[in-house]
Design a protein around this ligand. Structure first.
Ligand SMILES: Cc1cc2nc3c(=O)[nH]c(=O)nc-3n(C[C@H](O)[C@H](O)[C@H](O)COP(=O)(O)OP(=O)(O)OC[C@H]3O[C@@H](n4cnc5c(N)ncnc54)[C@H](O)[C@@H]3O)c2cc1C
Length: 599
């Protein structure tokens, strides 16, 4: 397994040089504590924890997995102790509301920590990650009493949380869920039903688990308009706030799965469990939407982590492993062969992983800044603009990054040749762990419908224009910069084409609604490559400016420019295929009668 090394230089590049974090934090309400020194110290400490505590447990988690018994679920060796250390370090409270024990730091700093945790050990990171979802829900929609009872415990890390949405017959289509919530005389509800695939649904890492459950009230309207949201604790809270009597919720079994073995994926049975309504009746899905963007950005990090971990492993290996000679003559004449890093095809694989990891970091941190502004922007106008941009970027980040992150994990394995397929190197684990990213929190197909249908076409292209305007301004400002020409010209071209393609798909959709579904995944992938082009051009500009000003880190900045060049010449052209395919028409998919899909 590659030992994870937090890429601190690149993290700082994106935060400070690309996205001007200092200025950004100064512009927020109540972020006075996020001074550069403070932010730096947090990231350094976080990196140490991830490298020294979490990374060594990654392979342990994969090998041991979780075990179920009548008494509960046992997590892999070391997971519980690592969680204890995480709690003692105050990490769960970092970005939470100070009124309930949080430190109130901007969410974007939490995302940097999530990146390091998730890359070091994704399965472990899901336990606090899910708590984060529960925390956000109660923070946004809970009553004062619910906040005092549950939020304080989630924020301190004493209790963890889950999100119980999926049922055996539905995951994407939550409108059909069947779990029932029947009112009790005391104002509570009896929750009955089965939820499946519940991450961190049961474990031994914390003294209580707070389930956030979607269920239907008696007589609720059908579909998504009849869903309500409930808090269902594993143990009912006592008067003094401690975890008391056991509630009627239990883990029936654990799923056997392809990857993320260290995380307990549970079948949860609610047998008349006591629950409390959060938010208004029948508005459960609306409540969930308020934090969905943050949760989805959290999942997008899995793509970044997979690319980073694959890159770190394959980089070391490609410098050590000797095979054949460079086509232009020996590069290691004393050795029996050259290291494989001399071969163009190995370079292709390394640079793809590097371009994906660094581009993904830039996209996630940019989205993180929008989350900050949505929560703590000083004006309503700022908050609204950030919300619009975040809503547009979220499905792209979630689906595009998990897709190309998975591709990168695969390339990481390929660099190792046969050894990549063997467990001890950890590359096959990275591939197995990364695969789920494209499925949960809304599959790639569902994200693509969200982007093209809800975000772009339903706003008459407004959300797209919000982003393409940023790109346009950047291109205009740098139009005369000769050194940047190789990036600005193709960027301006794709930015223009993006709008034209959207119009064409929109026109086709007016004649036939099926065109939306037929174009959507290609549209999303095209959008991902376009967003990356903008970010890589901006990164190239920062690096070129540094080189002009003079720097002692020439190698770092040169590598940025060279990676940008690689991206523009060797990855961006993929957008051509997506452009053509998205216009290929729904008939190429739907003309074949269903009966013809036969064996
Ligand atoms: C390891 C793991 C952990 C998970 N953790 C959680 C958790 O903590 N909490 C939770 O609630 N759930 C969790 N899930 C569930 C996960 O979110 C769902 O599996 C996912 O949303 C897909 O739902 P589904 O499995 O029902 O697939 P379906 O909805 O049946 O989809 C099947 C296929 O049909 C496609 N599809 C469906 N509808 C459309 C459409 N309208 N247009 C185009 N394509 C469509 C989908 O893209 C997919 O390819 C987890 C799942 C796994 C495997």
């Amino acid at each position: 397994m590659p030992e994870y090394k937090a890429p601190l230089r690149d993290i700082k590049f994106v935060m400070n040089e690309l996205l001007n974090s200092e200025q950004h934090y100064a512009s927020l309400e109540g972020a006075e504590d996020a001074t550069p020194d403070m932010v730096d110290a947090i990231i350094q400490e976080g990196a140490k924890f991830c490298e020294q505590v979490l990374s060594p447990l990654n392979q342990v988690g994969d090998k041991e997995g979780c075990t179920w018994s009548e008494d509960g679920v046992k997590t892999p060796t070391g997971f519980k102790e690592a969680y204890q250390q995480y709690v003692e370090g105050g990490w769960p409270s970092m970005t939470a509301d100070p009124n309930y024990g949080g430190q109130g730091l901007p969410h974007s700093i939490g995302l940097v920590m999530s990146e390091m945790v998730g890359t070091a050990n994704w399965s472990w990171g899901m336990y606090p990650g899910l708590s984060h979802g529960a925390t956000n829900t109660i923070e946004a929609h809970g009553t004062e009493e619910q906040k005092q009872t549950y939020l304080t415990k989630l924020i301190s890390g004493e209790w963890t949380g889950t999100m119980c949405l999926t049922e055996p017959h539905c995951g994407s289509d939550l409108g059909t869920l069947r779990t029932k919530a029947e009112p009790n005389a005391d104002g509570t509800y009896s929750i009955t039903g089965t939820k499946i695939f519940i991450s961190a649904g049961e474990h031994d890492m914390a003294e209580n688990i707070v389930h956030i459950v979607l269920a239907r009230l008696p007589g609720a309207p059908e579909g998504t308009k009849g869903i309500s949201l409930f808090i269902v604790p594993k143990q009912l809270p006592n008067e003094d706030g401690s975890a008391g009597e056991r509630n009627a919720v239990s883990c029936g079994s654990l799923e056997h799965k392809m990857g993320i073995h260290g995380n307990a994926t549970c079948v949860m049975n609610f047998d008349g469990a006591k629950g409390w309504l959060i938010g208004p009746e029948n508005k459960g899905l609306n409540c969930m939407f308020t934090f969905m963007n943050t949760a989805r950005i959290g999942t997008a990090i899995q793509g970044l982590g997979a690319a980073e971990l694959g890159f770190q492993g394959s980089l070391t290996y490609s410098k050590d492993r000797l095979a054949m000679r460079s086509l232009s003559g020996p590069k290691n004449p004393e050795g029996i062969a050259d290291p494989i890093i001399v071969h163009p095809d190995v370079r292709r694989m390394l640079l793809t992983q590097k371009a994906v990891a660094e581009g993904a970091r830039a996209l996630i941190y940019l989205a993180g800044q929008q989350v900050d502004v949505v929560h703590s922007g000083k004006t309503e106008e700022e908050r609204k603009a950030a919300d619009g941009l975040l809503g547009f970027l979220t499905p792209i980040a979630k689906a595009f990054l998990t897709e190309i992150g998975y591709e990168s994990a695969n390339l990481g394995m390929q660099v190792f040749g046969g050894h990549g397929f063997i467990s001890e190197w950890g590359m096959e684990q990275n591939v197995r762990d990364a695969r789920i990213g494209m499925i949960y929190e809304g599959t790639t197909g569902i994200q693509a419908l969200d982007l093209l249908g809800r975000k772009v076409l339903m706003t008459q292209g407004e959300s797209l224009k919000g982003f393409t305007k940023l790109v346009h301004v950047f291109c205009k400002e740098n139009a005369d910069n000769e050194q940047l020409k190789e990036f600005i010209e193709p960027l301006a071209a794709i930015n223009k084409e993006w709008g034209e393609l959207t119009t064409k798909v929109g026109m086709a959709a007016m004649k036939n609604r099926e065109e939306v579904g037929a174009a959507s995944v290609d549209y999303l992938m095209y959008s991902g490559y376009a967003v990356f082009a903008y970010l890589w051009a901006r990164m190239a500009k920062v690096a070129l400016d540094k080189m002009v000003d003079g720097t002692t880190e020439e190698m770092f900045y040169n590598a940025k420019i060279q990676t940008a060049r690689f991206y523009f010449k060797r990855m961006l052209p993929r957008s051509r295929a997506h452009a053509e395919t998205m216009l290929a028409g729904a008939d190429t998919l739907l003309d074949m009668p269903e009966e013809a899909f036969a064996l």
